[in-house]
Design a protein around this ligand. Structure first.
Ligand code: SF4
Length: 78
């Protein structure tokens, strides 16, 4: 029987609180109609997004989960 892999990033209130997406630091988020956050766990936004830069590599979740991607809001969960 196949074991289900754990997600790279858990969708928890603790991780959401650390997420930088919805702060003033993310130029893409702040120049778009994005809502929510923790896209590395929850997946990409349904909205059309113009990329203006990504703060994910500065995020404590990114480091703690050893992520290597960016623009999870555009490309989907880690
Ligand atoms: S790595 Fe990016 S998407 Fe994930 S919590 Fe941090 S800022 Fe949000």
């Amino acid at each position: 029987m196949l074991k289900r892999n754990r997600p790279r990033v858990e969708d928890t209130p603790e991780n959401y609180a650390k997420c930088l997406c919805y702060t003033e630091r993310c130029p893409t988020y702040n120049r778009s109609s994005l809502t929510g956050g923790l896209f590395c766990a929850r997946g990409r936004s349904e909205k059309t997004i113009e990329k203006k830069g990504c703060v994910c590599p500065s995020c404590p979740v990114w480091g703690a989960c050893k992520l290597n991607g960016v623009f999870f809001c555009v490309y989907g969960a880690a």
